[in-house]
Design a protein around this ligand. Structure first.
Ligand code: ZN
Length: 683
């Protein structure tokens, strides 16, 4: 583990913050915290914490001693001074004399002693920082340290590695009890540089921010050296998986399996998926003893809120035998959820007060030959679960390389999983209407595509944009944190590849906005057949092609879905010389109805938007081809007045798609967005 402290940078940061009124102790603590937080082998997503004891002036002008400690769940890598709320130290230290303290009283006392009443909740490990005497304290769940302590003889190994440099604290869940225990252990070894919290992590402390940081690095480095000396060859499994199905085929099956019926009939509480397949992951899953070490429990307690204590292990999916795989996966999932419910019942029987069960679904699945699948309520959450699972795999592999991985006891896992202060880290904000759903938008780089991307992202959906302009679609996708795919929808191979990427990235698809189009014109009596065919290729067949690709994913998920088509007023109200455009659009309007008819029983709705007279947006979007540019009708004709006399924009069209996506009882409908055009009204 490299020491990355650069004194010049630390001083520069302190000077910068000084200008903003931040005291130097806090600024240097921020510098060290970010260094630690930026190293994934030390800290993962909201884990770890740091503190500094310093003086601050309160509102009366009195100087008070405070503990500035990381806010609960905050990300160390990007922490700012306000992420280290200041708590009156005397108020915290006064608690040390109590024989016991409830979590509620602990949190309340911490909040009551904040200098700023609006500050975030201090870390659940605040009292541990307060009860130790050192000015600067750092705490991480360093992988190498966990690999040493997560052993049946972890205490002996750590004693041999650390000697007097670090004292050993037996496992206890975080909170008041652990804070008192850590201080007792420290008092038996007052010259130590840090504490090893068995099966949890490591503390290091110092008189300066630099000393506390450097001791953390040095102590972790000792663990890494011990591991590299002791590492023996990892045993590999004998049986290699057979010819495997593609990830893009397996992903929607798995995503569908973990969707739960919710609310009204046909409503689902879905999850978003992420797939990882590095060599360390594949080796781990291929290990002959994977059932033992993968199911032993978490590598550090707070991981349990992200990954549960066990992954779901599935069989290798054979190519061409996906029905068999689905049956096997269903059975494995049923066994997993039954096992989780039994664990809950067993542990809850001894729990006072009784807890409410969390959902029994896995957040991590392991598939031989394919890697790991992480699940969460958003792509971000799924990625966090996968990151933590990858960390666990690294720690367990190292632990197994020097001995045998062992986690905390089941009762201890339950205590942390159902600890209100851990669950609070996940947040309970109300979810947006399209949270947990994935939308694909063709014509994604055009004005309507971009407006749809914004509207659907704002409604909580994960967004994939497809457009033949790869650079533009990449930019558009980046602006909403989505996936941008270069794809010409008139090319079957490109469509298949794009939808495979969507499945690999998010696990599947719930909503399609088939929006790509372009205008061709010509008097119908004389227009060349090739012009008609070209227009049909994009304005009809491409819609059918992407709808089929979307449908395949939706049917594999078995959780319904929504197909939305951008037809045009041309579909019902032809304009002169615009037959080559209107004819395929009319066919696409009927295509939308055919999907509604044929796949309503699958829970799939199909609707269309009839947009017209969009201010410049639709024209630039639809008239992208050179051919169209040469023949396009004047913009003026499109922008002529409408009944409401209101300007219609791409954002209005996007809102219509969003309304249809949310209209759970509406299918085979056409929605006009034209400010009123009685000649185009459906009759
Ligand atoms: Zn911790």
């Amino acid at each position: 583990m490299d020491n990355l402290w650069v004194e010049r940078d630390a001083r520069a940061m302190a000077r910068r913050y000084q200008g903003a009124g931040v005291n130097q102790d806090v600024a240097l603590c921020v510098y060290g915290t970010r260094l630690l937080g930026s190293e994934p082998r030390l800290v993962q997503h909201g884990g770890g914490n740091t503190s500094v004891k310093t003086m601050m002036r309160d509102v009366t002008g009195a100087d008070v001693e405070v503990l500035c400690v990381k806010g609960s769940g905050a990300d160390m890598a990007v922490i700012e001074p306000h992420g280290l709320p200041a708590v009156r130290l005397a108020g915290l230290q006064a608690l040390a004399g109590l024989p016991a303290l409830s979590d509620e009283d602990m949190v309340n006392t911490q909040r009551c002693n904040l200098l700023d009443a609006a500050a975030p909740n201090p870390s659940v490990e605040t009292l541990l920082h307060a009860f130790l005497p050192h000015k600067f304290i750092t705490h991480t769940h360093a992988n190498a340290v966990l690999a040493l302590t997560d052993q049946p003889d972890g205490a002996e190994i750590c004693a041999a590695v650390y000697g007097k440099r670090a004292a050993l604290v037996p496992y206890l869940m975080p909170g008041f009890g652990l804070a008192k225990l850590a201080r007792e252990v420290f008092e038996t070894a007052p010259d130590c540089e840090g504490l090893i919290l068995l099966k949890h992590g490591i503390f290091a402390f110092g008189a300066t921010a630099r000393e506390a940081y450097e001791r953390m690095i040095a102590l972790v480095d000792l663990a890494e050296h011990h591991l590299s000396r002791g590492r023996k060859r990892r045993p590999r499994a004998a049986a290699a998986p057979r010819r495997l199905a593609a990830v893009a085929e397996v992903a929607p099956i798995l995503r569908g399996l973990v969707a739960e019926p919710a609310g009204e009939e046909g409503q689902w509480r879905r999850m978003v998926m992420v797939h990882r397949n590095g060599p360390a992951i594949l080796d781990f899953i291929a290990g002959a003893e994977v059932r033992r070490y993968a199911f032993s429990g978490v590598v550090t307690p707070d991981h349990v809120i992200r990954t549960k204590s066990k992954p779901l292990l599935l069989p290798a999916p054979e190519a061409g035998a996906l029905d068999d795989f689905r049956t096997q996966a269903e059975a494995a999932l049923a066994a997993y959820t039954a096992d989780y419910r039994a664990y809950f019942a067993r542990q809850n029987a001894a729990s006072l007060p009784p807890k409410t069960a969390l959902d029994p679904l896995p957040r991590v699945m392991l598939v031989p030959g394919q890697g790991l699948y992480g699940f969460g309520k958003s792509a971000r959450d799924a990625a966090i679960a996968a990151d933590i699972a990858e960390t666990a795999i690294a720690v367990i592999a190292d632990a197994e390389s020097i001995g045998r991985f062992e986690s905390i006891a089941e009762a201890d896992i339950f205590a942390v999983e159902y600890w209100s202060l851990e669950q609070a880290k996940l947040g309970k904000a109300a979810e947006k209407p399209l949270a947990r759903q994935v939308v694909a938008i063709t014509g994604g780089a055009g004005a309507i595509g971009v407006a749809c991307a914004r509207a659907f992202a704002a409604a909580g959906a994960e967004v994939a944009l497809l457009d033949r302009d790869g650079a533009a679609v990449g930019k558009a996708a980046a602006s909403v944190g989505g996936l941008g795919l270069a794809c010409d929808v008139t090319k079957p191979k490109e469509v298949d590849a794009a939808f495979a990427r969507i499945a690999e990235t998010y696990g599947g698809l719930d909503i399609l906005i088939s929006n790509a189009g372009a205008a061709w014109s010509g008097r119908i009596g004389t227009v060349a057949e090739s012009v008609l065919r070209e227009s049909f290729e994009l304005n009809f067949f491409a819609h059918q092609r992407v709808a089929q690709a979307a449908l395949r994913l939706m049917l594999a998920q078995r959780t319904g879905g929504v197909l939305l088509f951008n037809t045009s007023k041309q579909a019902v109200n032809p304009g002169p010389d615009f037959g080559p455009y209107g004819l395929p659009k009319a066919a696409t309007l009927f295509l939308s109805r055919q999907y509604a008819l044929d796949h309503g029983a699958d829970g799939i709705r199909s609707n269309a938007v009839n947009a017209d007279r969009i201010r410049s947006g639709l024209l630039t979007d639809e008239m992208v081809t050179a051919r169209a540019r040469a023949r396009k009708v004047s913009e003026k004709a499109y922008m002529a007045g409408n009944l409401l006399g209101r300007e219609v924009t791409a954002a209005d069209v996007a809102q219509a798609f969003l309304d249809l996506a949310l209209a759970r009882k509406t299918t085979a409908a056409v929605l006009t967005v034209d400010g009123g055009n009685i000649a185009a009204a459906l009759r």
